[in-house]
Design a protein around this ligand. Structure first.
Ligand code: DON
Length: 562
């Protein structure tokens, strides 16, 4: 393994952890598995394992392949959280490759002279893009955890970019929808001759291939310095953005200690701030541990779930932000005693209106299926859960000339003004206000569950709904369900504001809906089922490995050796 001094310098090691569980006899995984949002990305992971890589190398391959074949959801112009479990020493860590605000960013940069949000400013175009973290994350994984160089693990992605992948319906639909905000460079790259590709036509991305090659050859320096960096900064500034070469050169991933909790004998290992997901997930499970969830009928179960979701999202709005900038009370929020206190305000016979909880108020909601999650397990038992994003479909819609890189619009995940909802209807205050070099709060929740029974890796896209999807799927596994059951569970969601239970059609029947209304809940059936979860499970007693991709998407798991 080649260790690049430059990359080592970029790594700020904040905290490491080795959490070990007393685990009954473990049988090694009978096969390796990758579950991701696109069959070509899953195949890239298996190809890398066959080339001598471990699960971490496979994760690099899947991540980069998604950058190419699912560029609307995530990519090297965006960021990621990598949750790693290394088998040989039970070491677990989150590699935080989240985007951060440029050095010239300012708390009020998306407000007009009257202090009102400028429509679209934090969402469309070069000013909406945070400094990407994904390329540094990939280089870090290769340097520190991989068995093969980036030149091997990035090979499938480079090939997909150079030789093309067949355009598919979902890709084309998102491209059609986001094209109106795209810059000329992006349009020329993605809609050659001003035309959307036809379904099945090969999408060839030579500039992106070249940028990936620079990363493969030079590691993070190939993206954050030199020709690529020059083009990124020139392109962003030409589009009214504020990036500098220093912003790129100074980007560093952070290793952070995962959040952990236990629920009914299952250990939950999940992501810490700047994700809000892990804190909320553990807090919700802690609240639920005071009830016999399995004994409840559909309406009572949904009521209880909505009430714990409401409370966790209230705290998200008030307390969560980049831990390098604000003091997030993680210990308190994830402590069982705190949840016990929250339970004293929770009644089974009526909904608690959100405005009765202390807090800040706003309106709006939302979620989508851009962003991407994948899960990887190798036969040594190394496990990776990754959620990565450019935020909206095709991020900011902005591509700097000569890079092939679609830039994120993750700046919208900051609270651009207290109480003003972001693209997912989420609100925040000063904890998540914009500041130079600060990471914007995320909901991405790659998670690992462990018990005597085995291990499950999970996560999903879906904006503000990510955390509640991960909760529901975790409960499905904890209650005995398999990978298929986890991805298939019909979804319900509450996020404090707006004060409404959103649900998929299959989640609630008429009787349950009337009962919930009787308790004082408002309900809204979502127009389209949501989420795109990809799960891998490992049964310790048999060594059996299973995987499942969300029936709502086009992903497929792949299995292989090593
Ligand atoms: O980090 C976050 O929470 C968001 N940028 C994730 C966006 C997302 O999941 C979009 N897809 N629905």
């Amino acid at each position: 393994m080649r260790v690049c001094a430059m990359n080592l310098r970029r790594v700020l090691v904040v905290a490491l952890t080795a959490i070990s569980l007393p685990i009954a006899a473990q049988h090694a995984p009978q096969r390796a598995a990758v579950a991701s949002a696109h069959p070509l990305a899953s195949a890239a992971g298996i190809e890398t394992l066959a080339a001598g890589g471990n699960a971490f190398d496979a994760a690099i391959a899947v991540s980069a392949a998604l950058s190419v074949v699912e560029s609307f959801g995530s990519g090297i112009g965006g960021g990621a959280f990598f949750l790693l479990h290394r088998a040989e020493d039970d070491f677990q860590v989150m590699v935080d490759a989240r985007e951060l605000a440029p050095g010239a960013a300012d708390r009020d940069m998306y407000l007009d002279a009257a202090g009102e949000p400028i429509p679209g400013a934090s969402r469309d175009g070069a000013l909406a893009a945070g400094i990407p973290g994904l390329p540094a994350g990939l280089a870090h994984l290769a340097d520190r955890y991989g068995d093969v160089p980036l030149a091997v693990s990035l090979q499938p992605a480079i090939r997909y970019a150079r030789e093309g992948f067949p355009a598919y319906a979902d890709y084309l639909e998102r491209l059609r929808r986001r094209a109106p905000v795209m810059n000329e460079v992006a349009l020329e790259a993605l809609t050659p001759g001003g035309q959307l590709p036809r379904e099945g036509e090969l999408v060839v991305q030579p500039d992106l291939a070249q940028t990936l090659e620079a990363l493969a050859r030079h590691g993070a320096a190939g993206f954050y310095t030199g020709v690529v960096a020059d083009r990124l900064v020139a392109g962003v500034r030409a589009g009214g953005g504020i990036w500098t070469l220093e912003d790129l050169a100074d980007y560093a991933v952070v290793e952070r200690r995962p959040i952990s909790g236990t629920y009914r004998g299952v250990e939950i290992v999940t992501v810490p701030p700047p994700s809000s997901g892990g804190v909320a997930l553990v807090n919700m499970l802690n609240m639920l541990s005071g009830y016999e969830l399995a004994a409840l009928d559909s309406a009572s179960r949904t009521h209880l779930l909505a009430e714990v979701m409401r409370r966790a999202y209230r705290d998200r709005a008030e307390f969560l932000g980049d831990p390098d900038f604000v003091d997030v009370p993680v210990e308190r929020l994830t402590h069982p005693y705190y949840a016990a206190g929250q339970r004293t305000t929770l009644r089974m016979d009526r909904a608690t209106p959100s405005e009765e909880l202390p807090g800040i108020f706003a309106d709006g909601s939302g979620g989508g299926d851009q962003t991407s999650h994948f899960s990887v397990l190798d036969q040594a038992g190394n496990a990776v859960a990754v959620t990565q994003s450019v935020n909206f479909s095709f991020g900011s819609g902005y591509m700097p000339a000569g890079t092939g890189v679609i830039l994120n619009n993750e700046m919208d995940d900051f609270s651009i003004k207290p109480g003003v909802p972001n693209g997912y209807g989420l609100i925040g205050t000063t904890a998540n206000a914009i500041a130079p070099h600060k990471r914007m709060l995320s909901s991405m929740t790659p998670t690992l569950l462990k018990s005597d029974r085995g291990m499950a890796l999970l996560g999903t896209p879906g904006g503000s709904r990510i955390i509640t999807m991960v909760l529901l799927a975790s409960l499905a596994w904890i209650e005995g369900g398999d990978a298929q059951a986890m991805v298939g569970v019909p979804r319900v969601h509450h996020q404090y504001y707006p004060d409404v239970i959103e649900h998929e059609a299959a989640a609630l029947d008429g009787t349950a809906i009337s009962a919930l209304q009787g308790l004082g809940h408002s309900l809204r059936r979502v127009g389209r089922d949501y989420g795109d979860m990809h799960v891998v499970t490992w049964d310790f007693a048999s060594g059996e490995v299973d995987a499942a991709s969300d029936p709502r998407g086009i992903g497929e798991p792949r299995f292989g050796g090593r």
